[in-house]
Design a protein around this ligand. Structure first.
Ligand SMILES: Nc1nc(=O)c2c([nH]1)NC[C@@H]1CN(c3ccc(C(=O)N[C@@H](CCC(=O)O)C(=O)O)cc3)CN21
Ligand SMILES: CC(C)C(=O)C(=O)O
Ligand SMILES: [Mg+2]
Length: 273
């Protein structure tokens, strides 16, 4: 049977502003990408890959090479969802020109549709530089994990008046720079709602209330595969980590008791009769 499902395009994501919520999840590997392709509108190859798959304490050591390799893996496992790739720390902050070079490599070498980068007012010129040269950009403001050393931790933001003013300015700047969407991470509910009403581009929340135009979560959090910490904004829809541990325990017990492998797993068994 011929499958002619066209991949969701970047303009279709932007067109969801104020309409049907955008469903987004991260993926880093081909098998997980295959499992979620039919259910997610937008798949993010997040730099959270460093913490989730590599055990790094922050996202800071993640390289452009890692993002490209995982972007390629996710593209191989998808045909319907729109795929975007995080630009990692150090690959875009220095100048719009360096950001373009990194983003162009991502789009050319992975086939993904867009990139995401962290920063508001400070990154607006870079976002405009990329978008006007053919690179769709998703913004990311609020809790910015690549700024963890400046912030002194992974902290929700927008409670204080100065924080709220900065976030409004960031959202406006990213919107006016031409981002096709923006992630709001760890933003207090009333401010996330206000910003969503303020900007023309869709907001995709993570820890930013149901008032956003979409939601994103780290897939390993959703599947119960990540055990190091559970942010308040995570809802676990499965406990696959527990199932994996139980499977490993059962396998070990079978091998030790010589219950595995059984005859059905062996070659050249002499059948009776
Ligand atoms: N598995 C995973 N899930 C994520 O959502 C995620 C990553 N990794 N890595 C990259 C960033 C880091 N993120 C994080 C990490 C920790 C907290 C956290 O501990 N939050 C606390 C305190 C919030 C506060 O003090 O304001 C919480 O209770 O949610 C939040 C977001 C979100 N991202
Ligand atoms: C949590 C999302 C928004 C992200 O940036 C990531 O997974 O890297
Ligand atoms: Mg990220």
């Amino acid at each position: 049977m011929t499958q002619s499902t066209r991949r969701i395009g970047v303009p279709e994501i932007t067109a969801r502003k104020g309409g049907q919520p955008i469903v987004s999840l991260t993926a880093y590997t081909t098998p997980v990408a295959r499992l979620i392709d039919a259910h997610a509108d937008l798949i993010l190859v997040g730099d959270s890959v460093g913490m989730v798959l590599y055990g790094m304490p922050t996202t800071l050591p993640v390289t452009l090479e890692m993002m490209i390799a995982h972007g390629q893996a996710v593209m191989r496992g998808t045909r319907r969802a729109c795929v975007m790739v995080d630009l990692p720390f150090g690959s875009y902050q220095e100048s719009p020109e360096l950001a373009f070079r990194a983003a162009a490599r991502v789009l050319a070498e992975t086939g993904a549709s867009a990139v995401k980068l962290e920063g508001g007012v400070e990154m607006a010129d870079t976002i405009r530089f990329l978008v006007t040269r053919g690179v769709p950009v998703c913004g990311h403001i609020g809790l910015m994990p690549q700024s963890v050393q400046v912030a002194g931790g992974f902290r929700a933001t927008g409670r204080k008046l100065d924080e709220a003013e900065k976030l409004r300015a960031d959202a406006r700047a990213v919107d006016e720079a031409g981002a096709f969407a923006m992630v709001l991470e760890g933003v207090v509910e009333p401010l996330a709602a206000e910003i969503t009403g303020l900007v023309a581009t869709p907001t995709i929340g993570i820890g930013a209330s149901p008032h956003c135009d979409g939601q994103v979560l780290v897939s390993d959090d959703v599947f119960g595969l990540f055990a190091d910490f559970t942010p308040r904004f995570v809802k676990r829809y499965a406990e696959l980590g527990q199932q994996i541990e139980a499977a490993a325990e059962a396998y070990a017990a079978d091998v030790r008791a010589r219950r595995f492998p059984g005859p059905e797993h062996c070659f050249g068994v002499v059948k009776p009769g």
